[in-house]
Design a protein around this ligand. Structure first.
Ligand SMILES: C[S@@+](CC[C@H](N)C(=O)[O-])C[C@H]1O[C@@H](n2cnc3c(N)ncnc32)[C@H](O)[C@@H]1O
Length: 194
């Protein structure tokens, strides 16, 4: 799911590596790479949620055979609105690489989101299940309704989702994981088709 601002055209790169066992979309490695860019957008980041480490109570978790869990909105969300956070462990790049290797060895699904912040490389690792909804948001290349953004909150980077357009009640939340590599698409065709 996150340097990407409406006022800029960030280069999105997501690398999805299949595990060394039989490739399965339910058992995979997702590695998202982003950088921060400056923004002039006037978005209310709803700091109260970020500071309390909670999500707004506007979402429902759904489940399907095709995608596993996913998230829908219970309410109408206007365009350019803070939606929720992609919450996980904030780790340095070097630590994230060690974790990535371990996840591969353990054949664990892994949700690592790499990004640049103030000239340094970091990662949000949401591999471990938590009570936040961001890590459950599925991919759509064709019709994403969210984009990701890194913001600075009290000197620390936070990864959040912003609505790309108005979102209707009942609509599933999606963002573009961004991986266009042949390897990833071969293992996970939905990266291209959905
Ligand atoms: C970040 S997780 C999203 C939450 C996940 N569905 C779950 O149940 O934990 C990414 C995984 O969700 C599934 N997924 C996400 N978007 C999908 C899509 N458009 N089509 C099929 N599966 C998808 C894949 O299994 C992928 O590895």
């Amino acid at each position: 799911m996150p340097r990407k601002q409406a006022s800029s055209k960030p280069k999105k790169q997501v690398s999805t590596k299949p595990p060394s066992t039989t490739p399965s979309v339910k058992n995979y490695f997702l590695r998202v790479t982003r950088s921060t860019t400056k923004t002039h957008e006037k978005i209310d980041f709803k700091e109260k949620y970020l500071k309390k480490n909670v999500d707004p109570d506007n979402f429902e978790i759904i489940e399907s055979d095709e995608k596993g869990k996913g998230v829908t909105s219970k309410v109408k969300i206007p365009k350019n609105e803070f939606v929720c956070e992609y919450a996980g462990d904030l780790v340095k790049f070097s630590e994230a690489k060690i974790r990535e290797k371990n996840y591969e060895n353990e054949h664990l699904g892994c949700y690592l989101y790499f990004f640049n912040f103030k000239g340094k490389r970091f990662c949000i690792d949401a591999t471990k299940p938590n009570d936040r909804i961001g890590r459950l948001i599925n991919h759509s290349r064709k019709k994403p309704n969210l984009k990701t953004k890194i913001i600075d909150l009290d000197g620390k980077p936070r990864l959040i989702f912003i609505s790309l357009r108005e979102i209707s009640p009942g609509e599933e939340l999606t963002y573009d994981y961004g991986d266009r590599s042949k390897e990833a698409i071969a293992a996970h065709p939905w990266l291209n088709t959905s």
